[in-house]
Design a protein around this ligand. Sequence first.
Ligand SMILES: Nc1ncnc2c1ncn2[C@@H]1O[C@H](COP(=O)(O)OP(=O)(O)OP(=O)(O)O)[C@@H](O)[C@H]1O
Ligand SMILES: [Mg+2]
Length: 431
Amino acid sequence: MRYGGNYSKFEDMRAEQMELQQNAFAKQQDKIAHLQKFIARFKAKASKAKQAQSRVKALDRMERIAPLLADADFSFEFKEPANLPNPMLSMQGVSFGYPPPEDSPPGTPPTVIVQKVNRSVLAGQRIGILGANGQGKSTVVKTIARALKPVSGDITEGKGLNIGYFAQQELDVLRPADTPLEHMIRLVKDLTAAGKIAGQATREQDLRSFLGTFNFGGDMVKQAVGSMSGGEKARLVLCMIVWQRPNLLLLDEPTNHLDLATREALSMALNEFEGTVMLVSHDRALLRAVCDEFWMVSRGGVSPFDGDLDDYQRYLLDESKRLREEAKAADAIAGKSTNANTKNTQKVSQSQKPTGGAPKSKSSKRELELLEARMSTVNTEGAALEARLAASPAPSEIAEIGKRLKLINDEIKTLEDQWLELSTRVEAETL
Ligand SMILES: Nc1ncnc2c1ncn2[C@@H]1O[C@H](COP(=O)(O)OP(=O)(O)OP(=O)(O)O)[C@@H](O)[C@H]1O
Ligand SMILES: [Mg+2]
């Protein structure tokens, strides 16, 4: 330990305080997002316009909690890329997928996930990659990162392309027994061997101070990575990416393990980054902050997505419905069919079991309908109470109405939270 007892106690308290504030901030941000979402939803329906109005007011009234300034705690920036090839890369008739497993009989075809993509990635583009689970986002990104070969077609890379890749399973590539310092030393060795950093000798001290800028100070540079938290590992991976000074960043779910401060720092760093970003994320706030165009990976293809992220939310819901119906239709066919050998029918017959996807989705859908019905009833009562309040009731009544209104509003909030959670779950149950 570097600090005396009192100091570290002070640090602990400060950390605790920061966490409290950050939690309060995060909670409020959730609430704001929640209100905004419902304002948007309710505005569309004339019958709910009044409800939307009261939400707009609630939003205006809200006293905003300041975010913990991420840079007071932790911030970083990507280095200016040495060059920006344009295009960064272009894909001609590229199919993405996986080679057959080694033990499969000769002649087994590869598994194709996404087919015949013709697209270019240009300097400075900020592309958000969207798509439901399992549609092939990671497969595409992994292939562009050269961690997987295209099944067919060509990817032409711009001269000087330098990719920084944060894989969805990135944390697995760290070596648990090694320390952050050892990871950096190995990285420098690999880059030197690949001819990417010529001549300049890197001193251990430089690596230590670089790690320091990613909050790996003092003892931590010597701590085995295996004993670190998911967030710390993700931070180390970011540190290693930044060191490489990439001009194309491929980030596949980078925030899954990150704490709020690091997420904020990443979002800010990405905003300043001058190279190209391709980002896969379920974190809509991050997508919104970083990306200005979207690609949709779905039904075996990649297409531009013109809508905004709310359209995307609706798309996911529609898509989950479509997939469920498809599964149901396939179910019916599989029920009649005697041939259960293909991959598809196997998948489908699983969902016929009581624990499978289809029946669960069905009941979730019913649950959603019930929730919506209850929301409508409660909203009507809330509106009626508000109308009574607005009509200057007797003082004795005010307290009673107020009490009831509070209960109603609590219930609305709970119902809406349940609705949001359930609709997200229904969306996740698609596969
Ligand atoms: N090694 C593999 N061999 C064969 N198929 C695979 C392999 N790895 C993944 N797949 C399949 O490829 C499809 C696409 O997977 P991928 O991980 O690219 O989806 P994704 O869009 O990134 O999903 P998520 O949102 O869950 O991360 C899935 O059906 C998956 O089962
Ligand atoms: Mg993925």
